[in-house]
Design a protein around this ligand. Structure first.
Ligand SMILES: O=C(CO)COP(=O)(O)O
Length: 253
């Protein structure tokens, strides 16, 4: 089954109104492959979501960077899945390693969030990935399998999930995984899905790579058979994000 290439831009906790408008203008003017070839989703901080949604071209979509684990209520400082749906925000990023590490989000908590967001009709970019210590001790697959299992145990339908493999050691470090390293983990993850969920889910779920992706390294990564796109941090705030979107065409050749 053909998996449509997916490019997400995670703006993290960056930007002023002026900067956000500037990035949106760049994106709106960019000549990129059509929506049949690549799905583009940008993820500004919560406060800029309505602005970006209103200004952004209609073939690109927006994602929140987080949402609360259950129905909204007395949870000061949180934003609920229902609110995102109410604003017409189709996507949410969940389980980003920065939140796992800095805010102690556990595998279970992330699994619950993914299940709740899906139940409300949101589409989810679910992030997983190992630390450098875990890679060096040979536990990469055990770590990402446990992270994936915590999600798989709580959901029934994978249609609205994109799995983002983001090795922590490659995030914001300029130290990108080699195409072979990325392919190896993506291949193993797909095998995990086949063995533990179903062959259909394994064949249709997009597994995207994140961690120091840029305009120069994206094509070689995109050419790997099990790399179905990218989740881009730093470079998504720059002009080169357009080149990363264009790397989708590598798949057609
Ligand atoms: O965390 C990331 C995307 O979610 C990747 O960040 P960088 O592209 O800045 O390494």
């Amino acid at each position: 089954m053909a998996r449509k290439f997916f490019v997400g831009g995670n703006w993290k906790c960056n930007g002023t109104t002026e900067e956000v408008k500037k990035i949106v203008t760049i994106l709106n003017e960019a000549e990129v492959p059509s929506e049949d070839v690549v799905e583009v989703v940008v993820s500004p901080p919560f406060v800029f979501l309505p602005l970006v949604k209103n200004l952004l071209r209609s073939d690109f979509h927006v994602a929140a960077q987080n949402c609360w684990v259950r129905k909204g209520g007395a949870f000061t400082g949180e934003v609920s899945a229902e609110m995102l749906v109410n604003l017409g925000i189709p996507w949410v990023i969940l389980g980003h390693s920065e939140r796992r590490a800095l805010l102690n989000e556990s595998n279970d908590f992330v699994g619950d969030k993914v299940a709740y967001a899906l139940s409300q009709g949101l589409k989810v970019i679910a992030c997983i990935g190992e630390t450098l210590e875990q890679r060096e001790s040979g536990s990469t697959m055990a770590v990402v399998a446990a992270q994936t299992k915590a999600i798989a145990d709580k959901i029934f339908n994978w249609d609205n999930i994109v799995l983002a493999y983001e090795p922590v050691w490659a995030i914001g470090t300029g130290k990108v995984a080699t195409p072979a390293q990325a392919q190896e983990v993506h291949f193993e993850l797909r095998k995990w899905l086949k063995d533990n969920v179903s062959a259909e889910v394994a064949a249709s779920t997009r597994i995207i790579y994140g961690g120091s992706v840029n305009g120069a390294n994206c094509k070689e990564l995109a050419a790997q058979p099990d790399v179905d796109g990218f989740l881009v941090g730093g470079a998504s705030l720059k002009l080169e994000f357009v080149d990363i979107i264009k790397s989708a065409t590598v798949k057609k050749n």
